[in-house]
Design a protein around this ligand. Sequence first.
Ligand code: HEM
Length: 536
Amino acid sequence: MDAGYMSQAMRIVGQAWLAVPRSVLLCCLGLATWKAYNIWCGRLRNPRRLPFPPGPKGYPIVGNALDVPAESWLKFTEWAVYGDVVGLSMMGEKAVVLNTWASISALLNKRGAIYSSRKPRLLFSKYGGWDFSLTFLPHGENFLLQRRFYHQIIGATGVKSFHDLLLKNARTLALQISQTPLQFQYLTRLSIIADTVAMIYGFEVKLENAEWVKRLDFCLDSLEALSKVPHATDFFPILANLPAWVWGKKLNHLLDNLKASTNKLGQEPYNTVKDQVLSGTAPHCLVAALIESNRTPEADVKHEREIIAVAAVSMIAGVDTTVSAIDTFILAMMLYPEAQKKAQEELDAVLTDMRLPTFEDRECTPYLSAILKETLRWKPVAPLTIPHSVIQDDEYNGMFIPKDTRIFANIWNMVYNSDDYPEPFEFIPERFLDPSSKAPQLRKDIVDSEELLFGFGRRVCPGRAFATASLWIAMATLLTGFEISLPVDPEGNPIKPDLDYRIDGIAYHPKPYKCDIKPRLQGVSRLSALREALSQ
Ligand code: HEM
């Protein structure tokens, strides 16, 4: 190439650069410096240059976000072909999916000190007044305080103080179902609401007063409408500094509903209980106990905001999760009558003299405990739990997991893993029983579904003991009194439910279904025992 041509070309390029505005040049320089700085920091943080966990290739900028449907656990399960730890990128954020018990227990349980944070959902915390909610709180003082409150009142020991309440409500449920069996789904939900409201506030919820059902539904409807699609602040947190009106009237209306409904589940009933505590008339309940233990000599209450948060969030997190499990239990009982029969035989053998079940019978009914475990496994209430977040860079099996990565525990993949649970789509309580033992006995050499379904590490569900107690007594009481079977059409053919599940508010839940529930032969005299017990 001749030198004259070269110098002319360089002059043209030089002139073109001069024609570019200085601000654009500065921006390019800034971006290049930022990129170089990030690479330098990356090398400092990951000196051995370990790879991020393998995963599907994404698109530029959005990463894998467009490939993840609403029922994300199904896609995540497909992606388990990449390994037990799968790396994803979602709109510039790193995410990791844990697909096996080995990776979950190694990271979320054993390294719980760093894997137990959460990323706040800014739409809720910044605009919806939900900055108090434990479910979104990052690891820190407030998180520890609220978890301590739960542990103090409904931990494995504290929950026993609510056994009488749960027993009474399970019996009331049985009596109500005997009167209006077609309404069994409404009644079971009402019963779980009654358990939860009484445990939190000490108020009695009755059939004729549906106020608490309305309160909860109002809040869940606002939550569901707000959660349907991701919000811009999920991907660009900086946008949460904008004033709320920017997001439009419709969204602001939903946010106002969320605030108003949370107030009705938290602040309003709290005020009533506080008055009762001050006048010495409060019944035993979570809020009264926390007010008492946080009273100062000046008659103030410390941590009021956190107590209200624990109360309101328990209503939201505790009711429909438990309802989902009890609905699945009733479905399983009508689809698998042999399992129902075995549980009833076990109960009949323990409950001599037409006695009704009590919590003392729990230890002597392993088959029923296996049914509870299988109910949780067969249709997981939370197929993906709530994502955790890691607070410092970490390495696992030769892979690098950077700080702030969102961590999903893919429960779905684990409960349908045929190595751990052969014939995983069938309801088989026996899988939790020791095959070598003649009398039913729970086995220890299998991943216990209760260890999976209630979450992990320092984030494990704080309502677990309460939920399993209320489920156990409801299941025992219903099986003692009723035969649960498939409904039949006019020609007498059984109608099978379609087992269609969806995320309903916060839990994975069966669509409404029909069921035939009638008193068992022994149940007739047990129903009179029920009436007698409840009238005392
Ligand atoms: C069958 C019933 C239930 C199931 C299957 C269930 C399951 C779960 C799961 C999977 C998590 C997430 C754990 C994690 O992030 O690793 C969770 C969190 C939580 N659950 Fe439950 N739950 C149930 C009942 C309850 C009840 C009855 C209450 C309260 C009375 C409750 C209160 C909470 C709260 C407050 C959290 C957030 C904990 C945190 O972020 O630190 N749950 N639950």
